[in-house]
Design a binder for this molecule. Structure first.
Ligand code: BGC
Length: 383
């Protein structure tokens, strides 16, 4: 659809200016880690949601390696998207006396009693990528600029549809529309899903308002668009249903807002099974994504998936380790956002990282030249 050309990613990649602010936060409860302790005497508990998403596997590997390099022992557990399993794993970590907890939750509101127990034992708790909600006993949060993820997803959709140019300004040769799109969101119990959605809808709203974009299914609420537990199969089924119900009379579907790569691939499967594509050039609707998973980077290289959002999990792991170490040395980690992440009880001091849009025009530069993937991995679509 678009020629290979130099691409102005700077325009959206780092739209949020992240000024460093003095850190807030109250630190862990009574007791707390002994700042005199040698790392070799301390274990850090790391609770991860699932291994079905490639990113969480990479996050886990990076966190474990980084903490072990510093001399800590790591107790890392994956809960395979089962909430009671994650609760038990964290209970177990607290009982065994971990010095700090890093938690990427399945359902951000489901761990209150574990967080209470951690606070009572003086164990600092850092929410990893996903906010822990409805509890005052979360000390710090490391994540990406989640609203900006949604803005980038919407901008990449608008770009793929030819409505904006490569500076994300209205395109001179933009199609008049209305162009038909469908909207997908993530799991409602993940606070991130709401921020991705808000960033995307805020960006698309003017195009809905002036009639350039239409959603034929009229499913425009996050509840209607949500994908419980971020499951690929669920997204694929919903896409199949949307096609059968709303596109059975020759209506054209031009694009799909998809919030994560596995969902994007499920949606693309449904579209291709319905005879669309197989590539964008051959009529496949433009589908967005997130996480820059290797299989999706290959699809982008092959002109099948339109875009994804790269969130460098190496940097997130590094920030999580810096924050953990600060607590273990009796200090407060440095936050760069002390306003955004209200968790229902308090604003959690946060460290936000920037994200980057990936398209066919820049995947080599962003994903390969940066050393995140090798050219061979992209070629094969496997790690
Ligand atoms: C993460 C995304 C991920 C999604 C599904 C979100 O909380 O921020 O990177 O795609 O969960 O695992």
């Amino acid at each position: 659809m678009h020629n290979r050309r130099s691409f102005m990613l700077g325009a959206t990649a780092g739209a949020a200016a992240l000024g460093l602010a003095a850190c807030g936060g109250e630190g862990a409860g009574s007791g707390g880690p002994d700042p005199e302790a040698d790392p070799s005497e301390l274990t850090v508990g790391v609770a991860m949601p699932t291994q079905t998403y490639e990113r969480w596997v990479k996050d886990g590997e990076n966190i474990k390696a980084g903490l072990e390099d510093l001399g800590y022992t790591v107790d890392m557990q994956y809960a395979e998207d089962d909430i009671p399993t994650q609760q038990q794993q964290i209970d177990q970590m607290i009982t065994s006396g971990v010095a700090a907890l890093l938690i990427a939750s399945i359902d951000g509101a489901s761990l209150s009693s574990q967080l209470d127990a951690a606070a009572a034992a003086g164990i600092p708790v850092i929410a990893y990528d996903r906010l822990l909600t409805d509890s005052e006993n979360v000390d710090f949060y490391v994540t990406f600029d989640n609203y900006e993820v949604g803005v980038n997803q919407a901008n990449s959709l608008l770009y793929g549809l030819g409505l904006v140019d490569d500076s994300f300004e209205p395109a001179g040769d933009a199609p008049e529309g209305p162009l038909n799109i469908e909207l997908f969101a993530g799991s409602l119990d993940d606070n991130n899903a709401h921020l991705f959605w808000e960033g995307a809808i805020d960006t698309l709203q003017p195009y809905f308002d002036d009639g350039t974009l239409a959603v034929p299914s009229e499913q425009m609420d996050i509840e209607q668009a949500a994908t419980q537990r971020w499951e690929q199969e669920t997204a694929q089924k919903r896409m199949e249903n949307l096609l059968t119900t709303h596109y059975n009379g020759g209506e054209e579907l031009d694009g799909v807002l998809a919030p994560a790569d596995p969902l994007s691939r499920g949606i693309i499967n449904a579209l291709q099974n319905a005879g669309l594509g197989p590539t964008i050039e051959e009529g496949l609707p433009v589908v967005t994504g997130q996480d820059a998973e290797i299989a999706s980077i290959k699809l982008i290289a092959d002109g099948v998936q339109s875009s994804t959002i790269f969130k460098d999990t190496r940097d997130l792991a590094e920030q999580a380790i810096i924050a953990t170490e600060a607590y273990l040395q009796g200090e407060e980690p440095e936050a760069n956002d002390t306003e955004t992440y209200e968790n229902g009880v308090k604003v959690v001091p946060s460290y936000l990282l920037e994200v980057q849009m990936v398209l066919q025009e820049n995947y080599e530069e962003v994903m390969v030249d940066s050393g995140y993937y090798t050219a061979e991995q992209v070629e094969s679509g496997q790690l």
